[in-house]
Write a protein that binds this ligand. Structure first.
Ligand SMILES: [Zn+2]
Length: 318
């Protein structure tokens, strides 16, 4: 029994020893494991640290690069801006110069076309139409207007007379007579274009009736030339017995004095003129511009120099 209990004690101690060794080795193992983990962790941290360092320096580098790049970009943009501005300025200057040149060219061109228009108009306008006639200077006997228009019956005092007038003057005369009608006046054409032969025959008739001296006074050379031109008319109104006598006393005459210039007509021989007997019925077409100038300044056509009159030739049919 005693031996048996001794064995039991021995077994007991053996078990304790075994347990001790198991615990001790576990402890050692744990320490080793802990150390390893610690070492591995530290290594990982170091690596991370290194990585962080690399990244940080990369960022720094990038930042530096970025700063210098931005500065360069800014510089470059500024330079580009300056370049563009100066290029734009140059362009503007060029455009300005071109515009100036164009302006000069346009002006020259306008002047040239103006001159051409003037020359063209002048070439188409018979200078005789604004010629002054006198007892020593009158129209060539072979002269005839380029084109004649028939005056419509409405405006003729003697309807069967078939009076004619220069075709270019007719619209002006028609407008004037229309205007007088709308002012409740009756102004008619008594006499208009007369050929050299017709005028000669008329003059002979007057000469026979009144004797040469008197005939020269009221029918002669100056007025004769103007009727042969085709731009001149003798006007009459109702209430004076169908003759030209007393026309200066009529409202028609007064109306013509105030309005005829608006249609291009002027009184060739006004009262108290130095050139010819007063003919209140005898109106000559000289164009609106010249007629208005004469009216506004109370000057007679024959008071002007021929050179001054000729300046209005270009505006005759305006
Ligand atoms: Zn006349």
């Amino acid at each position: 029994m005693k031996f048996n209990s001794m064995n039991k004690i021995k077994d007991f101690f053996k078990t304790i020893e075994l347990v001790y060794w198991v615990i001790a080795s576990s402890f050692v193992l744990l320490i080793l494991l802990g150390s390893y983990l610690n070492w591995a962790g530290n290594k990982k941290l170091a690596l991370l640290d290194e990585k962080i360092n690399i990244i940080t320096s990369s960022i720094k580098l990038l930042e530096e690069n970025s700063i210098s790049t931005t500065a360069e970009l800014k510089k470059s943009i500024t330079q580009t801006h300056i370049d563009l501005s100066s290029a734009l300025d140059n362009e503007k200057r060029n455009v300005g110069e071109i515009e100036d040149l164009l302006g000069v060219y346009k002006k020259e061109n306008e002047e040239i076309s103006g001159t051409i228009t003037t020359l063209e108009k002048l070439s188409k306008t018979d200078p005789e139409l604004l010629q002054k006639y006198s007892k020593v200077f009158f129209l060539n006997e072979h002269y005839a207007p380029a084109r004649l228009a028939e005056i419509i019956d409405t405006y003729e005092y003697y309807e069967s007379k078939f009076s004619k007038i220069d075709a270019q003057v007719w619209p002006y005369l028609e407008n004037m007579l229309k205007a007088s009608l709308s002012d409740n006046l009756e102004i008619y054409v008594y006499s208009a274009y007369r050929s050299y032969e017709e005028q000669n025959a008329l003059k002979s008739l007057y000469t026979i009736t009144y004797g040469e001296g008197t005939a020269n006074q009221f029918s002669a050379d100056q007025g004769y030339s103007e009727h042969q031109l085709g731009t001149t008319i003798d006007l009459i109104t109702t209430g004076i017995g169908g003759t030209l006598e007393g026309f200066e006393e009529t409202e028609a005459y007064l109306w013509l004095l105030n309005n005829a210039h608006k249609f291009g007509f002027t009184l060739s021989y006004p009262e108290y003129n130095d050139f010819y007997v007063f003919e209140p019925w005898h109106w000559r077409f000289v164009g609106i511009k010249l007629a208005t100038y004469l009216h506004d300044n109370q000057i007679g056509f024959y008071d002007l120099d021929q050179r001054e009159i000729d300046e209005y030739l270009v505006n005759l049919f305006e």
